[in-house]
Design a protein around this ligand. Structure first.
Ligand SMILES: NC(=O)c1ccc[n+]([C@@H]2O[C@H](COP(=O)([O-])OP(=O)(O)OC[C@H]3O[C@@H](n4cnc5c(N)ncnc54)[C@H](OP(=O)(O)O)[C@@H]3O)[C@@H](O)[C@H]2O)c1
Length: 272
């Protein structure tokens, strides 16, 4: 595994996403067993960063994550847990309620990183950060961040946060460079902010490009692994693929060790 180090932290370049684990908008009993197995596999493989949210399966993803940690006897202090407050809960009092509920579902005393999941039109960001700053002071949350924030909102968040904004979690993958084009990636790289790339391998609807396949073959890897290695190669970028398939879970973890040549990186960057 490779790591990003900043603000005294060492964060793995590849973490584990949990959207759709345990259900989509609501808990889905049909997904219970496969989701729990996926989380346990991820813990056994060696993932230490887990990304969840109060909005995932109406909180059930958090519950399953907490359960998997308990059942595998994983030490809490060896993990880096990210969760998120939903855009409909950004008022001062609601932030505390949301955080307490997440901690209860996770069965943990604190989260390492707490994000605003989405900005909301008309939100009072300063008021939200008053609550978030208090959560840090109370020890319930170690670090703060945002998600789906454009450059203007990211700078506003920085101005209201008493601690450094650790990340902006945004969509970023080979065929989606919208947060490169809007300047967020460059700003993050210049200001010690992690860009957490979500949906890094949403490739199902795309024909796998021949070039991508050739690079994958050269590394005895899959195209998905190359897509992740391309993100891993970028400074201040980390990513959080999700998978229910034990083999994919392993392959995604191992993709951090793939060393792309400068030429391969350039070719991939210009593919889409
Ligand atoms: N902040 C936000 O607004 C936001 C939005 C979206 C996502 N996220 C976070 O980012 C995480 C990842 O994003 P995502 O779940 O949207 O998309 P993703 O991780 O890019 O894609 C997940 C899909 O890719 C497949 N997959 C994963 N690894 C694979 C591999 N090695 N080979 C083949 N197929 C593979 C999975 O199927 P299998 O199960 O068959 O492997 C699954 O269907 C989420 O779980 C969530 O934690 C955050």
């Amino acid at each position: 595994m490779k790591y990003e180090t900043l603000h005294g932290l060492s964060i793995p370049k590849i973490g584990f996403g949990t959207w759709k684990l345990g259900g989509d908008s609501y808990a889905d009993p049909k997904l219970e067993s496969v989701s729990l197995t996926a989380l346990q596999t991820a813990l056994e493989v060696g993932y230490t960063h887990f990304d969840t949210a109060e909005g995932y399966a109406a909180g059930h993803s958090e519950e399953l994550l907490g359960r998997a940690v308990r059942e595998t006897n994983t030490k809490r202090e060896n993990l880096f847990i990210t969760t998120k407050v939903s855009p409909e809960h950004l008022q001062y009092e609601q932030v505390f309620t949301s955080c307490e509920s997440s901690l209860r579902r996770l069965n943990m005393g604190y989260v390492d990183l707490y994000l605003i999941h989405w900005p909301r039109i008309g939100m009072k960001l300063q008021e939200t950060f008053r609550a978030l700053n208090q959560l840090v002071r109370d020890g319930k949350v170690r670090h703060l961040g945002v998600s789906n924030f454009n450059l203007k909102l990211l700078k506003q968040a920085q101005s209201f946060s008493e601690t450094p904004i650790l990340t902006d979690q945004v969509p970023y993958r080979l065929p989606d460079k919208s947060y490169v084009k809007n300047g967020v990636l460059e700003y993050c790289q210049q200001n010690d902010i992690l860009l957490t790339a979500y949906s890094p391998v949403k490739f199902r609807n795309l024909p796998v490009n021949q070039t991508l396949r050739a690079i994958a073959d050269a590394h005895s890897a899959t195209s998905y692994q190359i897509a992740l290695a391309w993100l891993v190669a970028q400074p201040r970028v980390i990513t959080i693929p999700m998978s229910l398939d034990p083999q994919h879970i392993r392959e995604n973890f191992e993709s951090a060790d793939i060393e792309l040549t400068k030429e391969e990186f350039k070719v991939l960057s210009e593919l889409w």
